[in-house]
Design a protein around this ligand. Structure first.
Ligand SMILES: C[S@@+](CC[C@H](N)C(=O)[O-])C[C@H]1O[C@@H](n2cnc3c(N)ncnc32)[C@H](O)[C@@H]1O
Length: 221
């Protein structure tokens, strides 16, 4: 069963009315993406793990900006963010997305097959670190969004395989605000320590965006 650490409460770090305003002033998603979201909310546990329209469009824009051909995602869940990123791919680009839970992978696969991106997204079921080992990169874009205590290992595993102009995005780097109280739980401590490491890592440049639950963007120097 899925670990509690991947399932924080619904994320509301900024004023709810402003969150709604940001949502309303972001390009609306296609109806089939909204249908995926509705079905995930009604049939999957932890629907708060869906990244949502604002983050989805941000990922799409970033993948597009780097001319994404080789995109890696760590943490598929319902396939929402993989599909969002697929919309920004280079015409020859592909997304490989890693998921440990077969139930989530099956849900995502079904929706991906019904989408315009069925040939562009591949789900690899199993522990993400094992999958990353089989991939040589170079990755144009990596989205890290799985178990929070695993982030340091995912970061170290993908950094050497990042293309020179590639980007890594790490989700939930404010961890519902618990990074201010890292003693609160193991995930808060892991994320707080990683945030500190990233900010002084001489190999990279990073910025922690206060979008939704915090998204850190990283490039290699
Ligand atoms: C926050 S959800 C991903 C949400 C998705 N990226 C989105 O925005 O729509 C995290 C996912 O990571 C998966 N996960 C947890 N540990 C994992 C591991 N070691 N390897 C691969 N996936 C893992 C969980 O099962 C869960 O589906």
């Amino acid at each position: 069963m899925i670990s509690r650490q991947t399932a924080p409460a619904e994320v509301t770090l900024i004023d709810e009315a402003l969150e709604r305003y940001a949502h309303e002033h972001t390009t609306q998603l296609a109806e089939w993406m909204r249908e995926l979201e509705r079905e995930a909310r009604s049939s999957l546990p932890y629907p708060q793990m869906l990244s949502g329209q604002v983050v989805g469009r941000l990922l799409e824009l970033l993948v597009h900006a780097v001319g994404g051909r080789n995109v890696l995602e760590i943490g598929t869940y319902a396939g929402y963010s993989a599909l969002a990123m697929a919309a920004g791919l280079h015409p020859e680009g592909r997304v490989i997305t890693c998921e440990i839970e077969p139930e989530f992978a099956a849900f995502a696969r079904r929706h991906i097959e019904q989408s315009p991106y069925s040939e562009r997204i591949e789900i690899r079921v199993g522990p993400a670190l094992d999958t990353i080992e089989t991939l040589s990169g170079p990755f144009d874009f990596v989205f890290i969004d799985a178990d929070k205590t695993g982030y340091p290992a995912y970061y170290e595993a993908v950094l050497p395989k990042l293309a020179p102009s590639g980007l890594i995005a790490l989700d939930n780097t404010l961890r519902s605000g618990t990074v201010l109280d890292p003693g609160a739980n193991e995930a808060a401590r892991a994320i707080d320590e990683l945030n500190a490491t990233l900010a002084r890592d001489a190999r990279v440049v990073c910025t922690l965006l206060t979008v939704r639950d915090g998204i850190t963007l990283v490039r290699r120097r």
